[in-house]
Ligand binder design. Structure first.
Ligand SMILES: *Cc1c(COP(=O)(O)O)cnc(C)c1O
Length: 349
């Protein structure tokens, strides 16, 4: 029996999904009188009167070439948040199964699990923000279905060590190991997409929201075995990615070098900001970052956060988060924005 035959919730395996007009006829040519669309045009926007491709094949062909994988290994969603939600829905039986998160980490894993009444077990990262393998081994059991690894991690900014990820993949072959690579474009390390053929239990998530600069569009990606991706497609809303998003994403992929140029710029700004922050007396520590955020430990994070708010500089207060005492998370801005931040911090006393 295949891994996903075992892992996917039983009632979903026999679920009969909605069959859309575009499922039943996927050809491009013809007189389309099958979807109750307005044949004349759109009240606003350009040519939005037709339903979009439910499986976004054109984008997936381009992405597959860019990411060196197969189109059938790609799921596209309304932000990676949709992929997170659907993965839990597909695999975890409410009030029975559990999943493991590694705090401090991205908040949506827990929220999606809570909504679906799936138990969340926590194995806090170690002092240098790496997974605690002993603690994970202690809390994992036969009802653990997913372990969420965010690398580079949010809010700490660092990559998770490759040998630790491989250990988890090997030690728990029947648990899905998700690597959330929302910030991978900012890191030196290659994506784990290259390893999909080695590990059946591996799932990778990425997004167009960060390096690609398209957070407002809401498009995220998941990469995994075709069997799992097919299930995510089966349980998603039929037209989860709207036509406008599909057009813009397709155009973005054709211009990937623009994304790379943004990354270069952001990395340069990160280094400059890092150096300037280091010179401040109120900064106690800056954690090494492989992403577009700096986690900074201050003398008094709460007071500095409120002071900055008052100056209309908005950073993220993470001081109440486990292992982030007195820390603010600062997204890398433009040169002007970063200078404003530094000026206000220099004036703080
Ligand atoms: C920003 C972020 C996402 C993102 O999501 P979208 O829903 O695609 O905007 C996912 N994971 C992490 C860790 C993030 O920081």
């Amino acid at each position: 029996m295949s891994l996903y035959k075992k892992l996917i919730r039983e009632h979903l395996q026999s679920l009969k999904p909605y069959s859309s007009a575009r499922d039943e006829y996927s050809g491009k040519e013809g007189v389309f009188l099958d979807a109750n669309e307005n044949p004349f045009g759109s009240v606003a926007g350009k040519d939005l009167n037709r339903y979009p491709d439910p499986y976004q094949w054109e984008i997936k062909e381009k992405l597959a070439a860019l990411k060196n994988c197969k189109p059938e290994q790609i799921f596209l969603g309304n932000g990676s948040d949709e992929a997170i939600d659907l993965l839990i829905k597909a695999i975890c039986e409410p009030k029975r199964d559990n999943m493991i998160i590694l705090p401090p980490t991205y908040g949506m894993y827990q929220v999606c699990a809570d909504i679906q009444q799936v138990e969340v077990r926590k194995a806090n990262l170690t002092g240098n923000y790496q997974p605690n393998l002993e603690e994970i081994a202690r809390i994992v059991d036969e009802l653990t279905k997913i372990i969420w690894i965010c690398s580079p991690n949010n809010p700490t900014g660092n990559l998770i060590e490759g040998y630790i990820i491989e250990k988890l993949l090997n030690q728990h072959p029947e648990v899905i190991i998700v690597i959330d690579e929302a910030y991978i474009d900012f890191a030196e390390q290659p994506s784990y997409i290259n390893r999909l053929s080695e590990f059946e239990n591996l799932v990778i998530m990425q997004t167009f929201s960060k390096a690609w600069g398209m957070a407002g569009l809401r498009v995220g990606m998941a990469f995994g075995q075709p069997e799992l991706i097919a299930m995510l497609n089966k349980i998603k809303y039929p037209y989860n990615l709207n036509l406008q998003s599909q057009r813009i994403i397709s155009e973005a992929i054709d211009n990937v070098e623009k994304k790379d140029a943004y990354v270069e710029k952001i990395l340069k700004e990160r280094l400059k900001l890092f150096k300037k922050l280091m010179e401040l007396g109120i900064v106690r520590h800056i954690f090494p970052s492989d992403s577009n955020q700096l986690l900074v430990k201050f003398t008094d994070a709460k007071a500095i956060f409120n002071y900055l708010l008052d100056k209309k500089v908005i950073v993220r207060d993470r001081s109440n988060v486990v292992l982030c005492d007195d820390c603010l998370r600062i997204s890398i801005g433009t040169q002007t924005e970063n200078n404003k931040l530094i000026e206000e911090l220099q004036a703080y006393n």
